[in-house]
Ligand binder design. Structure first.
Ligand code: NAG
Ligand code: NAG
Ligand code: NAG
Ligand code: NAG
Length: 595
């Protein structure tokens, strides 16, 4: 082995060569980093915790990032907090086709065709809203009983999103069967486990659109869809610091949505701003032959985006239905809540509204003792849910009726039971529900209690544009029983000295607790969304509450667009990450010096 080169010779050359290689590498990555860093004027990607649909749309159209990047970033953010870390359990499934759809929509954009404000924007939908079988996602209302079931088609609201270019990102967790199964914690489902809000460890997310609220609140998606029968969009919107629009029953189709009650169910947007929610509502609203309640809507719907006027509160008349508000909230909670509400009322005045206080519903007293709502929803649910089961093309578990469902749950406590007690109470109750004379009478009473002797009466008596409400407890029911619209926006947060309270002694789920958000709602008459959106927007813009407090640290995902842009080629990605952060820091520094 005489030809082995001498070690001393090799050593003397190595450091120089290494330095040379390093210099080459740095130069190449710098050039690449600069070359592939799209020349964003301000050189920063929008923070996905808050990014609005229009900001995302701007970045997409400038070519700063693609929809593939956006989907990848959201998927990584979901990975960070959904099962790992704070384990928020907000997302049940991510679409196996989301990246493919994103690529197709990117290609469309490149070829010069964009479908509108939702082109290439990822949206999450509550798991009771059907997505077509080809997408590979399940539609289960959170229950193993429907796992693998085959829906006939997209729910029309989903088809509309798709048509508008939205990317169906995945399915959001929910209170199982939209909280119509039994006494179970808000946000719990067999498939999802317990969903938590992101503002306090083990926060109650409210429900039933829990995952839609939580995922939207910390930017696991651009926006989401929820559904409401009584409080299920507005309450999780409020407790997760976002905006929720509960549309008039009949503005959005419920076909393909796992139902509770045809008289009260409605599908609506949940988003980080009124503007985003208005964009989504414009897309999903419309008539549908498969849901004849939509025939009641006006032939020409207003432009909800055009309703976004900062001065919409100027000269508006808003009533405070005190009796509706002072009920069912616990005493401690009530004091804090009313402090925030008074602040909100003061702001409304400053923003130009005339407040009529009190402006009570004439039906208030009857309303609190009325059992008419449960007569209607029970009579509906047995029929409506059985109809949904019948519409399925296939049900691998064999569950085809409410009775089957109850038997399935009882037989699979491993899958379907934290199930301590009364966990099927509501399902068992509806088995004996009848659409008899009392049911039809109750429908008529509800129209009166909520409408002609309720909301409409108060609006008319005081010549009001809207009523204020709170999106928890009774605050949602007057609008629920008559199918009227509600728009909820962030109002405030429980202060740091709030004593954390278990929302049920049996479960480690807290509400209230320090930092948990509160919301304020605007209620109007049928199809008055345009007006309510204007009022809510003016309040939101005039108060800017949402970002005054953020989720707790571990619940804030760290992945941003910078971490994924260009990462289909690892070397581009590596170069970017190496140079982009320092460059954008310098940039930010320069800008702050200029200001
Ligand atoms: C839907 O459910 C099936 C089981 O029936 C499962 O194999 C599949 O992974 C689920 N889809 C997603 C996207 O999780
Ligand atoms: C919808 O159709 C059913 C019968 O199929 C009818 O009883 C009901 O009144 C219709 N509803 C509306 C709002 O048109
Ligand atoms: C339904 O509402 C009417 C009107 O307030 C009331 O008289 C009746 O007792 C209510 N029915 C039930 C079952 O609560
Ligand atoms: C209708 O059915 C309900 C049970 O769902 C029952 O409480 C009520 O008494 C019945 N009414 C009539 C008129 O039979």
């Amino acid at each position: 082995m005489g030809f082995r080169s001498s070690p001393s010779l090799k050593d003397s050359n190595a450091p120089r060569r290494l330095r040379f290689l390093l210099a080459i590498f740095l130069a190449v990555t710098l050039v690449l980093g600069l070359a592939v860093t799209p020349y964003q004027r301000n050189s920063v990607y929008p923070d996905l915790y808050e990014a609005s649909i229009s900001e995302l749309q701007t970045g997409l159209s400038r070519g700063d990032f693609s929809s593939v990047d956006l989907v990848r970033a959201y998927i990584d953010r979901i990975e960070e907090v959904n099962r790992r870390g704070p384990a928020l359990h907000a997302v049940l499934e991510v679409s196996p086709r989301a990246l493919a759809y994103a690529a197709a929509l990117d290609a469309e954009r490149t070829s010069g065709f964009t479908r509108g404000p939702l082109h290439g924007i990822p949206i999450l939908v509550k798991d009771n809203i059907a997505t077509r079988f080809e997408d590979g996602m399940n539609t289960t209302a959170g229950s193993y009983a429907l796992l693998g079931s085959v829906v006939p088609r997209d729910a029309p609201v989903v088809a509309k999103l798709r048509e508008a270019g939205a990317i169906l990102l995945g399915k959001a967790a929910l209170s199982e069967w939209s909280h119509a199964r039994g006494r179970l914690p808000m946000g719990w489902s067999g498939r999802g486990g317990q969903c938590y809000g992101a503002y306090y460890p083990n926060q109650s997310p409210c429900g039933s659109s829990s995952g839609s609220g939580v995922a939207t609140s910390i930017g696991l998606t651009a926006a989401s869809l929820g559904t409401e029968t009584d409080g299920s969009i507005t309450c999780p919107s409020a407790l997760n610091n976002i905006v929720g629009i509960k549309p008039t029953v009949g503005l959005t189709s419920r076909n393909g949505v796992i139902p509770i009650s045809e008289h009260q169910d409605t599908v609506g947007p949940m988003a980080r701003s009124v503007a985003d929610a208005a964009i989504v509502l414009s897309v999903i609203a419309g008539k549908d032959a498969r849901d004849n309640y939509t025939s009641a809507q006006p032939d020409f719907l207003p432009d909800y985006v055009a309703a976004l006027r900062k001065d919409a509160l100027q000269g508006a008349r808003i009533g405070v239905p005190r009796k509706l508000l002072r009920s069912r909230i616990s005493d401690d909670d009530e004091a804090q809540f009313f402090k925030s509400l008074e602040w909100g009322i003061q702001k409304l005045k400053e923003l130009g509204a005339t407040i009529v206080d009190p402006a009570d519903l004439p039906s208030s007293e009857e309303f609190f003792v009325s059992k008419n709502e449960s007569l209607v929803t029970s009579g509906d649910m047995l029929q409506n849910l059985n109809d949904y089961f019948a519409s399925l093309l296939h049900s691998p578990t064999g569950v085809r009726t409410v009775e089957d469902l109850i038997a399935f749950n009882a037989k699979h406590p491993d899958l379907e039971g934290p199930a301590t007690y009364e966990d099927q109470m509501f399902l068992e109750e509806i088995l004996t529900a009848k659409r008899n004379a009392s049911y039809y009478e109750a429908i008529a009473f509800d129209k009166m209690l909520g409408g002609s002797n309720g909301i409409d009466a108060a609006l008319k008596e005081h010549n009001l544009d809207a009523l204020l409400s709170i999106p928890i407890s009774w605050g949602t029911s007057a609008a629920a029983i008559v199918g009227y619209p509600v728009v909820t926006v962030p109002l405030s947060f429980y202060p740091d000295d709030t004593q954390p309270v278990k929302s049920d002694p049996q479960w480690e789920v807290f509400f209230p607790a320090p930092g948990i958000p509160m919301g304020i709602s605007f209620i109007g008459t049928a199809f008055s969304e345009e007006r309510l959106i204007g009022l809510a927007y003016a309040f939101e813009q005039g108060t800017q509450v949402r970002l005054t407090r953020k989720a707790y640290k571990q619940a804030i995902p760290k992945t941003q667009l910078i971490d994924v842009v260009g990462c289909e080629w690892w070397w581009i990605c590596a170069s970017r990450q190496m140079w982009f952060r320092p460059l954008s820091l310098v940039n930010r520094l320069l800008r702050s010096l200029k200001e």
